[in-house]
Design a protein. Structure first.
Length: 331
């Protein structure tokens, strides 16, 4: 998930709960509103954002708003298992689903009583999916989202916190329930890698599962600040977050390398370009380039935060705080 919108995500109030029960408003300039995530379905692009906005495009040139989206909450993430089946999540642990490539959506889950946002969603296939979010929010489905099971990942607690919770569970069940609602850090992103699943988040959290999400192990801390982005290929892993802090690790190595960076812009997303370099999309219109161990950056003129992006035909299609932006890349 993305730092720009995160500060406004943990808000309470009946207005948010009311939004969850309404359909998204049709807007002439839907492609110019705050957009938080974008994905390539294999048959076009889908972007999501403010007030339940979902827009679709074949190539990124022109955009069509979804015909039916059953929520007006801020949608924060979107993922598709194939060109037809997709899911998006957002405020109030809201999860919506499409089976027609993004034109129409159905509500699968909304929990305004939690007053917590879902921050990322990942589907490995049409049935198996995960949704993560604020204060250790973790949901798992094995039936395409017809049922979502909430889990508390106590294996990611520090040992002192685990002992404290075990004592509460035995002596103060109500206190235990209250503490488990907020004791874990925010889970900002979940990704699938060649070594399994990984979650990155607040307070330097990195956690890995090698058994398809059944168990999770907290990895050694390499940085105390928040991570918002992770990506990997067969050669390298890259994780990044607050104020342009970027770490890389080569496959087979144990140590992470903290890259020198002169630009303090929070990284929201990491994408691979031509299997030759990583593009890191950041706040303030900054794009970092990582190639052959060298980190450089460029500054877009509008200075708008870039939340995510996809590459089509050497064009970088970006979801930004000011809507869709397109940048031609040099091969």
């Amino acid at each position: 998930m993305k730092y720009l919108v995160y500060a406004s995500l943990i808000i309470s109030g009946a207005s948010v709960a009311q939004e969850a029960s309404n359909n998204a408003i049709s807007a002439t300039n839907a492609a110019k509103t705050l957009l938080t995530d974008i994905t390539n379905t294999g048959n076009g692009l889908i972007a999501v954002g403010k007030h339940g906005t979902v827009i679709k495009s074949t190539s990124g040139d022109s955009w069509q708003q979804a015909e039916l989206v059953p929520t007006q909450v801020l949608l924060t993430a979107v993922d598709f298992s194939n060109e037809n089946n997709g899911w998006a999540c957002g405020h109030d642990a809201t999860i919506i689903n499409t089976t027609d490539g993004g034109l129409n959506w159905q509500l699968q889950q909304v929990k305004p009583e939690l007053d917590k946002p879902c921050l990322d969603i990942l589907f490995e296939n049409d049935l198996q999916g995960f949704a993560v979010g604020a204060y250790g929010m973790f949901y798992h489905t094995t039936d395409g989202g017809k049922h979502w099971q909430k889990r508390f990942l106590d294996s990611l607690l520090f040992s002192d916190d685990r002992d404290y919770l075990n004592d509460l569970k035995e002596n103060d069940p109500e206190g235990y329930e209250a503490e488990t609602a907020s004791i874990l850090p925010h889970f900002n992103r979940i990704e699938k890698t060649t070594n399994g699943l990984i979650i990155v988040g607040e307070m330097g959290l990195m956690a890995r599962s090698s058994d398809n999400g059944v168990t999770w192990e907290r990895l050694e801390e390499i940085y105390p600040g928040s991570f918002f982005a992770f990506n990997s290929d067969e050669q390298q892993e890259v994780v990044a977050g607050l104020r342009g802090n970027v770490f890389t690790k080569q496959r087979g190595e144990q140590e992470w390398q903290h890259l020198e960076n002169v630009k303090a812009a929070t990284v929201n997303s990491i994408i691979n370009y031509n299997n030759e370099q990583w593009l890191m999309l950041a706040n303030s219109g900054v794009i970092f380039h990582l190639q052959d161990g060298l980190l450089t950056h460029e500054q877009l003129a509008d200075g708008k935060a870039i939340l995510d992006g996809v590459i089509i035909n050497n064009n970088l299609i970006m979801a930004t705080e000011d809507g869709i932006k397109v940048k031609e890349l040099t091969p």
